[in-house]
Structure formats: C-alpha cells, structure tokens
Design a protein around this ligand. Structure first.
Ligand SMILES: Cc1cc2nc3c(=O)[nH]c(=O)nc-3n(C[C@H](O)[C@H](O)[C@H](O)COP(=O)(O)OP(=O)(O)OC[C@H]3O[C@@H](n4cnc5c(N)ncnc54)[C@H](O)[C@@H]3O)c2cc1C
Length: 475
C-alpha cells in the first residue's frame, strides 16, 4: 500500500485528492491524506449567501476556454449546474479621466480585431490609433530574452495602451502590474504571435481565417460558473472523498525526505508517506522545504505574491438602473484605490433576486497592498466614496462584506519560465515530490485544477502506480 500526502486543501489540493481517489477506486493500492491548515477546505473558493444574494469572496467564475474546472465539475456530478456569463450584456468600461468609457467591440485582450469600433472609440487618443494602424506592419521578432508585459505592449501599441488596457486587465486577473509581469509567462500566445507574424493584429486575423474553415459549434460564454457559486465545486469534490482522508485545522510545519519517502510533521505528530504533493502557495512551500533543499526553497521564495481585498455590496433594485454591463476597470493613472468593480447581477444569472443589485469591488493588489492594514469600515468607506464618484452611486448599501486575501495571488515576474525550469531540475533530486497551485503555470481555477491532476499523476508514476488507469467516479 502506497501512502501519499497532499498539503493544502484549496482547489489545487482537492483536485489532486480527487485524482488519487479515482485511482484508488479503480483498484490502485494506495491511501492518501490531505492536510489543510484552516478549519475549512476550498482555499480562496468561498461563497456566502446574504439577503438572498450569492456573494463570492474569491473567484466568481473561470474561463470557459480552459476545460479543466468544467471537466472536474462534470465528474463530481455538477454538469447541470454549470452556468455561462450573460454575454449579451457583456460590456466592460474603463475609467478614463474620471469618466467611464466602454471597451470597443472586437478587442482581444488589447489587440484590436475590428477597425470601426476601435477607430471610433474615445478610449484611445488619435496617436494610439495611429500606432494601432502601424502595428499591422510590425516585423516578426524572436526575442532572446523575456520582458515585461508593459514593454511588449508598448513596443506594439504605445504607452497609452499599457495604461488604459494592459495594466488594468492584469490588475483584475493577477492583482499585478504590467511593468512587473513576464510576457512569456502571462501572455505566451502573444509572444509566439510576435515571433511568427510580427503584428499581433495580423496573427489574430490569420488564426481567425484558419478557424473559419473549422466546423462551428454553438458559441460558448466567455466565463463559466456554478449556479450556487464556486463553493459548490468544493463541496461536491469533498463529498466524493473519504472523510478519514481529510485533515482540516492541521497546518504542516515540515516535510523531510527519509528512506526514499517523506516525513510530514504537523503539530506534535509526524507521519511517513511514500510521496508528497505540495498544493500551497510557493512561499509556503519554501518554508516547508527549507531543510530538505535550500536551493529549491530559495527558488520558490522568488515567486512573489500580492494581496487583495474583495468587497461585496448589496443594494435595492433602484440601483440597477445606473449599472449596465459587467463592470469597470480602473487604470493606475486614475489615482484611485479601486482596481475594478463587477455588476454581479448583470454578469451571471442566479446571483441576486430581482429586487436586489449586487456589486463586487476589488482593491489592493501590487498597486495598493497597504490597504489591507485598514479596518473593514475604512475599506467600505473608501469603496463607497469611489463608487459615488465613478458611477454616481449615492445610495447606502443594504449590506456589505469585506474579504481579505493575504498573499494569495502569484506574480509571474520576468524570468518566471526560466525559474520553473530550475525548479523542475531541482525536483529531480527530490523523488516522489510534486508541486501544484497557482504559483507555477497558471493562476486561474482551471489551471489550478490541471496542476492538481498533473501532480497526482506525477507522484503516482513515481511510486509505480501510474499504470492503473482512472475510470471516473460515479456521481
Ligand atoms: C480574490 C480572488 C479572486 C480571484 N478570481 C478568480 C476568478 O474569477 N477566476 C479564476 O479562474 N481565478 C480567480 N482567482 C485565482 C484562483 O482562485 C486561485 O489562483 C486558486 O483558487 C488557487 O487555488 P490553490 O488551491 O492553488 O490555492 P489556495 O486556494 O490559496 O489554497 C491553498 C491552501 O493551502 C493551505 N495551506 C497553506 N500552507 C499550509 C500548510 N503549511 N499546511 C496546510 N495547509 C496549508 C491554505 O490554508 C489554503 O487553504 C482569484 C483569486 C483571488 C484571491
């Protein structure tokens, strides 16, 4: 019987546990134990119901084009609970000089793919529009080295594009800054497009032309979520795992290699396992591995994280009239605390009753981490003040909830992919150890699910159980 430990009970660790459970049910001779420091499982996936509204404290959805979270949902019996974003209402605004300007139709991240809406949009100055036209003639360029997203975007479209689109979009996803994040790690497809086509606009057009001949299915929504919120995924996965394998309120303090396996120390107890999956933030993994491998710990410590706060505010229905679209993004140059706001009742069905409006605001990130030092009341006051200025929302909320996420968002800095290569080569010296989580190859929920699956497969292979094929669990 092989014994595997999983450390971390967020979506990455739970996905790894579910993958192991499938192997166990398929007959593999294995047992596993998942250790989670907090009393609840799910990590940053937290859903709360208040006054008939569904509040997401962490992620509210995931990108539909990345299949792994939807696949997991189906495997745990939630196929009929998957919902798509209301893309008919999908309009996002950018705050420009204190006014909200709608993002023009046809932008793919920051690449314009439709001429008329971009040419007519007040989002960009005439100078940036000229740059967009010139970008069409950008020569192919195979970069020798990584660079920041800001310098990449600036080379193609100029600094206004960085300020008004690239930076706010990345703040929304990573809580990070375009001037720090690696283009190769964060926008790998764009880096490839530059190498092959030069112009990003031409590259996207070429890809579209190719796709035009492919058979078309029904249009998919941009975002997918679950009817009862992201917590539904956590609860469904947990319900398919044996309770005896799940150890919440059990922080692991140390993992040490011993006799070809690993000793896990949590509190006063230690236990021996054949393999370990560390599904925790890279910084936390560095703490646990300090004595096992100083080199690996140092590389993991180099992956930085930022903190953020989400604030949910519920209002009565009269507020709905002043909010159209999915929400707005706030460029750094606007000098606000807020990074973004989502009009939740517009973005997804089943989030707020007809007589309520629900907003979710983000603050913090690399731009403003000190806001985490403020009290909840101060944070709500800041958010209300800025909503008053930006969308003229003067009504008092019926309820507010503030959620703090300390060091939860990994930042893929310049050189991140090279760091991952060094980490992978250091892992060769530490058999039966795998890493999962948002610190490595994707920060979103689907990538975290994939990372958990891959970590499970990797340790199964290393302990000689990989040949037992998964059959899926009955739902
Ligand atoms: C506010 C916010 C909004 C987001 N929005 C989206 C979104 O809309 N869509 C999307 O796709 N992604 C989103 N993300 C990103 C995504 O949710 C996360 O990257 C992902 O859920 C991380 O999962 P994880 O399991 O790797 O880490 P976590 O959820 O951080 O889980 C790690 C777990 O490890 C535990 N742990 C740490 N150290 C130890 C230890 N020593 N012993 C035992 N346990 C330990 C922690 O308590 C935690 O529960 C968002 C993230 C945040 C914070």
């Amino acid at each position: 019987m092989k014994r595997i430990a999983i450390i971390g009970g967020g979506v990455s660790g739970l996905s790894a546990a579910f993958a192991l459970e499938k192997r166990r049910q398929a007959g593999a001779s294995l047992e596993y134990a998942l250790f989670e420091s907090s009393p609840r499982l799910g990590g940053v996936l937290v859903t709360e119901w208040v006054d008939g509204c569904l509040l997401e404290a962490g992620p509210d959805s995931f990108l539909t084009e990345k299949p792994w979270a939807s696949d997991l949902s189906r495997e745990v019996g939630l196929g009929d609970q998957l919902i798509g974003s209301n893309d008919a209402d999908r309009k996002t605004y950018i705050l420009v000089k204190g006014r909200l300007v709608v993002m023009p139709d046809g932008l793919m991240f920051m690449v314009p793919t439709k001429i008329a809406p971009t040419a007519l949009s007040p989002l960009f100055s005439a100078r940036t529009k000229m740059r967009m036209a010139r970008e069409w003639f950008h020569p192919p360029r195979k970069a020798d080295a990584d660079e920041t997203v800001a310098s990449f975007v600036e080379r193609h479209y100029g600094s206004e594009m960085v300020d008004r689109l690239a930076d706010p979009l990345l703040s929304g996803v990573y809580g990070g800054e375009a001037s720090q994040l690696s283009v190769r790690a964060v926008l790998p497809r764009f880096a490839e497009m530059e190498a092959t086509h030069g112009s990003l606009g031409r590259a996207i057009l070429a890809a579209r032309n190719k796709m035009a001949h492919a058979p078309k299915g029904p249009a998919k929504p941009l975002f997918t979520s679950l009817k009862d919120g992201m917590q539904q995924l956590v609860d469904a996965v947990v319900s398919r795992l044996p309770a005896s394998a799940l150890h919440s309120s059990t922080p692991v303090q140390r993992v040490q290699p011993q006799n070809g396996g690993w000793v896990i120390s949590a509190g006063y107890a230690s236990d021996q396992f054949d393999a370990v999956i560390l599904a925790i933030p890279a910084q936390a993994a560095a703490e646990l591995l300090g004595t096992a491998s100083a080199g690996l710990a140092s590389e993991l410590r180099g992956i930085e994280y930022t903190s953020s706060v989400t604030v949910n505010l519920g209002y009565d229905r009269s507020v709905r009239a002043c909010l159209s679209g999915f929400g707005f993004l706030v460029p750094r140059s606007e000098g606000r605390h807020m990074l973004a706001a989502t009009f939740v009742h517009n973005k997804f069905p089943h989030r707020a009753p007809e007589d309520r409006a629900l907003l979710r605001c983000f603050i913090g990130g690399a731009r403003n981490e000190q806001v985490l030092q403020s009290t909840d009341d101060e944070i709500v006051r800041i958010v209300q003040e800025e909503l008053g200025q930006i969308i003229k929302l003067k009504a008092d909320p019926l309820f507010t909830r503030v959620y703090r996420w300390n060091g939860a968002m990994a930042q893929y800095g310049v050189g991140h992919l090279e760091r991952l290569q060094r980490i992978e080569s250091l892992l060769q010296n530490l058999p039966n150890l795998a890493l999962a989580g948002n610190g490595y190859r994707g920060i979103g929920v689907p990538d975290c699910v994939r990372s958990g699956n891959e970590a499970a497969n990797s340790v199964l292979l290393s302990v000689g159980l990989a040949e037992a094929r998964p059959t899926g669990l009955a739902s």
